[in-house]
Design a protein around this ligand. Structure first.
Ligand code: PAF
Length: 283
């Protein structure tokens, strides 16, 4: 496994492989790899000759300095896990490499970033889009892989690729869950045992709302029931619970038809912020 920390040798490695007709898959991550990431790596390994995993905790997407400092990091373990999966290349740059100067470019995703994560984490998606664009330029993958846990991020990245004609395909993979339903996330490592004990209530809330919608309960009422349910759970402070149209993120959804919807949630357990989503009518 080759480990790169600057883009130049990575670019030579990529162009050398391209010369030999090899396809490239990119799995962008912020490290602290869990099973969800490993599934993305596995999927890329299956469909590409070369898989590049990037590990970079991108300061530009953190609006909260403390969250950035406390974001879990474990490069040694990450490299071990990637090696075990035969990932061919890892790109782990420093801040100076990714941001040699203060960027002046700022991307605006209009209504897509005005809700949910966008409204609770101002500037978050601008930072995500910036680093993902840089990675796309540096790695020039045929395919890039993202988890569906960050549903809004996925929709925005697809839009970024479409609007800027990045010549690559985005592949997404379903949320991977612990046995009790908690969505796997690098942030789960920061939960206390007490917080971990109730963290799966986010998923239960989503399932409750999903069931109500499938039973044709009006969305407003389904959300109200979900909020009431989560309100009764100790240690969890909900930030939002929303139903949006799955691909346009339009909301509020007033008419309940059969088109794909996404139910999205964010909540704080102490200072650990978790997000999750489930899909409705989206098989
Ligand atoms: O989903 C993540 O881990 C990050 O937002 C990403 C896509 C790696 C960009 O930093």
């Amino acid at each position: 496994m080759q480990v790169f920390s600057t883009p130049e040798p990575l670019k030579s490695y990529i162009s050398n492989n391209r010369k030999h007709g090899k396809t490239i898959g990119l799995v962008p991550t912020m490290g602290a790899l869990h099973q969800g990431h490993l599934e993305l790596i596995g999927s890329s390994r299956q469909s590409n000759d070369i898989t590049v995993c990037s590990i970079y905790v991108n300061p530009a997407q953190f609006n909260n300095q403390r969250d950035l400092i406390e974001y879990p990091r474990d490069l040694k373990q990450d490299l071990k896990k990637l090696k075990a999966l035969d990932c061919q290349a890892v790109f782990c740059p420093t801040d100076d490499v990714m941001y040699p100067g203060e960027p002046v470019l700022s991307m605006d995703f209009g209504h897509l970033e005005k809700i949910m994560e966008g409204s609770h984490r101002p500037g978050h998606f601008k930072g995500v889009a910036l680093v993902v664009s840089k990675l796309f330029h540096m790695v020039q993958p045929d395919t890039a892989y993202f988890g569906e846990k960050d549903w809004q991020q996925l929709v925005i990245i697809k839009r970024l690729v479409e609007d800027l004609n990045f010549p690559l395909e985005i592949v997404s993979m379903p949320v991977i869950r612990e046995a009790d339903g908690l969505a796997m996330s690098s942030r789960n490592a920061r939960l206390t045992p007490q917080q971990r004990g109730v963290a799966n209530e986010l998923h239960r809330t989503l399932l409750l709302v999903k069931q109500q919608i499938e039973n044709r309960t009006a969305i407003e009422m389904a959300l109200k029931l979900g909020k009431q349910y989560l309100d009764r759970v100790p240690l969890i402070t909900m930030e939002y619970l929303e139903v949006v149209r799955a691909y346009s993120l339009d909301h509020p959804v007033e008419e309940l038809g059969r088109e794909p919807l996404s139910i999205c949630i964010a909540a704080l357990l102490g200072d650990v912020r978790l997000i999750d989503n489930v899909q409705v009518f989206n098989e």
